[in-house]
Design a protein around this ligand. Structure first.
Ligand code: FES
Length: 168
């Protein structure tokens, strides 16, 4: 798709992004800041938003794409309410972390980096978050869960979701 063909919906999110781009227009090297603010507005950076930023800042799309893919805090897929981060570092790997990931992916019906249909969980992986003594380990947001088996990991995410649903 050419930038000129980009159809921008006239909605508050794009109006806010436009305002931010105006704010940063004369700042040197504004791309990362603008993308960061765009991600806060949209929750992630879909292709349309990348095209819009490229066009409005007059920066080649390849440069926008390069920045988005280089920094892993930029997301190109919608992010769920909670992040399930399974460690695939060495200690966790040798204790079966891959089977834990596979079980979670199967349970949530997603691949790594994707979000469950209900928007509750995004499945992600990491390289050691310093809980090697608890291998294999995963985090849900900031909370560590260790000594997992595939079955236990699935139980943890079910229980977590049940508790949160009951609280609301
Ligand atoms: S290798 Fe998994 S927490 Fe360190």
């Amino acid at each position: 798709m050419e930038c000129q063909e980009l159809h921008i919906p006239d909605n508050p999110q794009y109006r806010e992004l436009k305002r931010i781009i105006e704010e940063y227009r004369n700042v040197p090297g504004p791309l990362i800041q603008v993308l960061n603010r765009a991600q806060r507005i949209f929750g992630y950076l879909p292709r349309e938003v990348q095209l819009y930023v490229s066009r409005e800042l007059n920066v080649p799309l390849s440069e926008v794409y390069g920045v988005v893919t280089f920094y892993n805090f930029f997301k190109t897929e919608p992010v769920g309410k909670h992040i399930v981060n399974v460690c695939l570092g060495t200690a966790c790997h040798v204790k079966g972390a891959q089977r834990v990931v596979d079980a979670l992916a199967n349970e949530l019906k997603v691949e790594i980096g994707q979000t469950s249909q209900d928007g509750f969980y995004t499945l992600s992986t990491a390289r050691c978050f310093g809980a090697c003594g608890l291998a294999p380990a995963m985090m849900i947001d900031d909370e560590v869960y260790g000594r997992l088996t595939p079955g236990k990991a699935v139980e943890v995410i079910k229980e977590f979701q049940k508790n949160e649903t009951n609280q609301n």
